[in-house]
Design a protein around this ligand. Structure first.
Ligand code: HEC
Length: 149
């Protein structure tokens, strides 16, 4: 691994860790649709880690496959947020239902960023793939800042 790659990798690793710390106990006691979407989000986190590993190993196939699963999730995500499903231990913000358009846009951004990462991983261009991965991670964070308590 060259220095530039190592730097990018450490950078991404740091970023991933920051956004996993707050979620250690989030799952306790969740049931039904809330539990289901928490599981999907947990899976999203593992997929992001997998993609990060893929970058480390120049494994564009893993990156593409993992992102495809994220893309599928982006397409069904809205079904997992029926009105009023923001009861504890859910961390869903009531803003999801107060600002449905904003939530829709946040999901769309996630979908588009996934599509972009798939495209770049198919081109097998490392730098562009890293950039798209960063942008995808930003759409996770962006939605969390607005719509997760
Ligand atoms: C459009 C909004 C949105 C996007 C995009 C999004 N999330 Fe989330 N995420 C949420 C909401 C809302 C919750 C809280 C769900 C709940 O507690 O009911 C959440 C919860 C989580 C959790 C905690 C799950 C748990 O165990 O409680 C993780 C981890 C997570 N998201 C990771 C990610 C990752 C990684 C991405 C991007 C690949 C992502 N999310 C993209 C809205 C989003």
């Amino acid at each position: 691994m060259n220095i530039k790659k190592l730097f990018i990798y450490l950078n991404l690793l740091l970023f991933m860790n920051i956004f996993s710390l707050s979620q250690l106990y989030a799952h306790e006691g969740a049931t039904g649709i809330i539990k289901e979407r928490m599981d999907k989000f947990k899976m999203s986190k593992s997929l992001m880690k997998k993609i990060n590993k893929g970058l480390q190993n120049d494994d564009f196939v893993i990156i593409e496959k993992s992102t495809q699963t994220l893309l599928n999730w982006s397409k069904e995500m809205s079904n997992y947020f029926p009105e009023g499903s923001d009861t504890p231990p859910s961390e869903a913000s009531s803003d999801i239902w107060l600002d449905p358009e904003g939530f829709k846009i946040a999901i769309k951004n996630f979908e588009l960023a996934s599509l972009e990462l798939i495209a770049q991983s198919q081109n097998k261009d490392f730098d562009m793939t890293v950039n798209s991965f960063r942008n995808l991670a930003k759409t996770c964070k962006g939605c969390h800042q607005k719509f997760r308590n």
